[in-house]
Design a protein around this ligand. Structure first.
Ligand code: SF4
Ligand code: SF4
Length: 499
């Protein structure tokens, strides 16, 4: 059994199993009511109690209490098959912190049974800036000219991991037509009837002249989440819109933006759009050069000590910048950084700093809605929104991205059935489990097809890649974008740039 030399008290002095044992109180919170079963995508697909949240919690407890061997096949298989989507937390009346426990269970399994070479390679690439730079450059080269998409379509199904990986890479491409204003006809037809004066008013003003034709944000009906221990009943972004006045009258805020690893390497355009939109809304952006990967993928894969090292590096880097807020445009990274306080709660040297750091972290849309956001030019597109699990279930931000999208004049927001169900991407899950991940994403793709939307938006790189890969493999060239790209384009058309 391997030891974990860094991090919390247990990590320093004990074994990976001690890390799970230390969470007895969190494990005992489950009262086995079963309300979570039908919210769980793996239970509804596999129909096995051991692949449900309740079943997995029973396995974790059995291992923690010494009734099941930590290296047992059953423990490894059922914990491995969990997406980590945290949909079970949203419906759990007992406030079980399932995601936190899952990370500890995976740490036990990684220590007992090792980590696959593919996962090790991916995690090392994310954590190290030089290798991340090189692999991203290679990735961009492969996606250019559609090489990755062609190779993905030519790769036989039996090479599922390679096929999915190539299709994911292809899905990171920018949608050139958005900037050119040429989107296959439909946008131009709608644009001809919807151009109008540019407004610079805040969101949510009744009777606003440039209000969208179909503000369908209200058509997305999401279940009200149950509160977790020590948490207010709902998170921010649940439909409370700041009706701020002219942006110029508001206090200028000094903020930093997390660049991320995958986001910086393959979606730099999203980071650039984020900075432009924040500047247009009166923020001063402080560049934090020493920042790095947030550590979410490491925690989800059982590399908890590495994840905590990455957290400490970021706390150091952002503290030195002295900003009021740390803005995150990737749902998975935002969820992780808001939880640095909990992640390092057993580390006496870092726990207070980690809590202070987490209190400054804001999801991009949460921030824009709280602050009030300017309106740009019309963008006549039919768009559907898929909710990333780590925004919707982990951060409990359900309305903010919809409200921002609904503020874009002439944008038609078409509701997506089961938008709050996982797409099967779940960090590196889509690559590790191409079959089950593929089954789950296929249901998502069928729902997307039924919307008739021209564009799919979702604010998380993993979800963009998973849904985009499914579309690439179906030969569907519908783009999957980050929602901030649409607001940024609306600003560009209004000449708002980054003044
Ligand atoms: S809903 Fe919560 S308390 Fe009930 S079985 Fe699921 S995890 Fe346990
Ligand atoms: S995290 Fe998602 S896949 Fe895992 S048990 Fe909970 S609902 Fe099921």
């Amino acid at each position: 059994m391997s030891t974990l030399p860094r991090g919390s008290m247990e990590e320093r002095t004990g074994t990976a199993l001690d890390v799970l044992r230390a969470e007895e109180e969190r494990l005992l919170a489950c009262v086995h009511c079963g309300f979570c079963l039908n919210a769980c995508p793996t239970y509804t697909r596999l129909g096995d109690e051991a692949d449900s949240p309740r079943g997995r919690l029973v396995l974790m407890r059995a291992v923690a209490e010494g009734r099941l061997e930590p290296d047992s096949e059953a423990f490894a298989r059922h914990i491995d098959q969990c997406l980590g989507c945290r949909a079970c937390e949203t419906v759990c009346p007992s406030g079980v912190e399932y995601g936190f426990l899952l990370e500890r269970a995976r740490t036990v399994i990684a220590a007992e049974r090792g980590t696959s070479p593919l996962t090790k390679m991916l995690l090392a690439g994310f954590a190290n800036r030089s290798s991340s730079f090189v692999s991203s450059a290679l990735g961009r080269l492969l996606r250019a000219g559609g090489i990755a998409a062609t190779l993905a379509r030519l790769t036989p199904r039996r090479f599922g991991t390679m096929r999915t990986g190539l299709a994911m890479l292809a899905a990171t491409r920018p949608w050139e037509a958005l900037r050119r204003g040429s989107t296959g006809g439909a946008l131009e037809e709608r644009e001809a009837v919807s151009t109008g004066p540019v407004q610079s008013t805040a969101l949510g003003q009744p009777g606003e002249p440039d209000a969208p034709d179909t503000p369908a944000a209200d058509n997305y009906e999401f279940a009200e989440p149950h509160a977790r221990a020590g948490e207010a009943p709902t998170g921010t972004g649940m439909g409370t819109m700041t009706a701020a006045g002219d942006v110029a009258a508001r206090k200028r805020l000094r903020v930093a933006v997390l660049r991320g690893c995958v986001q910086d390497g393959l979606f730099r355009r999203v980071n650039d759009a984020t900075v432009r939109v924040l500047r247009a809304n009166g923020c001063e952006i402080v560049d934090v050069g020493a920042q790095g990967c947030c550590g979410a993928l490491h925690a989800h894969s059982g590399a908890l000590a590495d994840s905590h090292d990455l957290a400490r590096r970021n706390i150091d880097a952002f503290e030195a910048a002295g900003v009021e807020y740390i803005i995150v445009n990737a749902a998975g990274c935002g969820a992780m950084m808001k939880e640095y306080g909990a992640q390092l709660e057993r580390d006496p040297e870092w726990s207070e700093r980690a809590k202070r750091f987490s209190s400054k972290v804001r999801d991009l849309f949460e921030f824009l809605v709280e602050r009030g956001v300017r309106t740009g030019a019309p963008l006549p597109l039919r768009v559907t929104y898929d909710a990333p699990c780590h925004l919707h279930h982990a951060q409990r931000i359900t309305r903010a991205p919809l409200d921002v999208l609904a503020s874009i004049p002439s944008l038609e927001l078409v509701p997506l059935e089961d938008a709050d169900e996982c797409c099967g991407g779940a960090g590196v899950y889509g690559i590790q489990h191409p079959e089950l991940g593929g089954r789950i994403v296929n249901d998502k793709l069928d729902a997307i097809a039924r919307t008739g939307a021209q564009v799919v938006v979702t604010p998380n790189p993993g979800c963009i890649m998973q849904i985009g890969a499914g579309l690439v493999l179906r030969g569907d060239d519908r783009p999957v974008l980050h929602p901030i790209e649409l607001l940024d384009e609306s600003y560009r058309r209004a000449g708002m740039g980054s003044e």
